[in-house]
Design a protein around this ligand. Sequence first.
Ligand SMILES: Nc1nc2c(ncn2[C@@H]2O[C@H](COP(=O)(O)OP(=O)(O)O)[C@@H](O)[C@H]2O)c(=O)[nH]1
Ligand SMILES: [Mg+2]
Ligand SMILES: [Zn+2]
Length: 353
Amino acid sequence: MYDLTALGFGSFFERQVDSTDRLLLARIAAGHRGAYEVWSQAGAGRARLSGQLRLDATAPGVGDWVVLRASPSPDDMSVIDRVLDRRTVFTRGAAGRETREQVVAANVDIVFAVSGLDADYNVRRIERYLARIWAGGADAAIVLNKGDLCDDIEARVGDIGHHSPGVPVYVTSALHHEGIEAIRACIGRGVTVALVGSSGAGKSTLVNALLGEKRMRTGQVRASDGRGCHVTTHRQLVLLHDGGLLLDTPGMRELQLLDESGISAVFGDIEALAGRCRFRDCQHDTEPGCAVKGAVENGELEAGRLEHYRKLQREARASELRQDEHRRRQAERVWGALSDEVAQLRKWKGGKP
Ligand SMILES: Nc1nc2c(ncn2[C@@H]2O[C@H](COP(=O)(O)OP(=O)(O)O)[C@@H](O)[C@H]2O)c(=O)[nH]1
Ligand SMILES: [Mg+2]
Ligand SMILES: [Zn+2]
C-alpha cells in the first residue's frame, strides 16, 4: 500500500484528474520490456500501455503519473490509459541514426549529476549534464563521488564551483558511507531525486548507502581504462525509509543535447558577454567588436570554455535538425498508412467517391 503524497503526488497533478481518476492513479516505478511496474494506493503491480498510447512517439518513463483502466486486462496486468502532464523531465537522445527523445526520468525534483573523482572526472561532461537537467526543468546538483580516490578534493570542488556557480556540490565516498547524510537531507518525504552519470561513477553504490542496505547491484570498474561496466540495466525507483524517492539509472555512454534551451543556463556568463557584441548574430568567431573574443583575450573568459560552448551549440543544432527529420518521417509513415486505408476503402466502395 502506498500513500500518493509520499510517492510525490501534489497539486500540479491533482489539477489534471477528477475524483474517478484519482482512485486509479499510479506512478511508474520501473520499466521493463513491454511492461511497467506501477505503484498505486493498492500497492505494486504490473501494467502495460493501452493500444492508443502505444502509438505515441514518446513512451512514458519511470516517474510518470498515469491513470489506470478500471478493469485489468485478461492477463491480470493493469492497462495504462492516460499519462499526466509532466512537471519536469530528464531526457536523452536515444541511440540510433535518428534522434528521438527518450524519457530517463519524469517528474523529478532534483537530478544529481554523479561523477567519480577518479578517471571519470570531466568538467565538460558535467556541464553537459547540467544543460540537460535545466532544459527539463528540474533542479541540478553535483555529486563528486569516490572522494577516497582523490588527493586534491578542494581543487576539484573549486574547479566545479567556477564552472557552475550556484549549483550545490556534494563530495561523497559512497563505498565508505561518507558524505551521505548531506544528500539524504535533500530527499525529504515525497521528493524525487534521480541519479545520472557515467556507468561506474558509483550511482548504485550511492543508492545502497542512502537505503542503508545493498539492494542495487554494483559493478566493477575496468582497471585498463577506468570505465564502468553496465550493471544497472533498467531504471528503477526506490522508496527511502523516510519517504523520499530515488531513481537509479544505467550509465549513459553518450549524452546528447537535444536543444539549446539548457545551454544558456549553463553558459550564462558567455551569453551575457554576447549581449555586448557589435552584431546581434555574432558567432564570436572573426566578427569585429566581439565582446566574447575580447573577454578571452583579456583573460576574463577561458578559451576552453568558449570552445566547449560552441561545440555544444553545434551539437544542439544538429540534433534539432535530426529531430525535425524524425518528425517528418513519422508524419510520412502515418500519412502513408492513412492513404493505404483510403485506397482500400475506395476499392471496397467500388471506386465510387
Ligand atoms: N573507491 C571507491 N569506489 C567506489 C565508490 N563508490 C562506488 N565505487 C565502486 O565503483 C564501482 C561502480 O559502482 P556502481 O555503483 O556500480 O556504479 P554505477 O554504474 O554508477 O551504478 C563499484 O566497484 C563500486 O564499488 C567510492 O566512493 N569509492
Ligand atoms: Mg548502477
Ligand atoms: Zn561575439
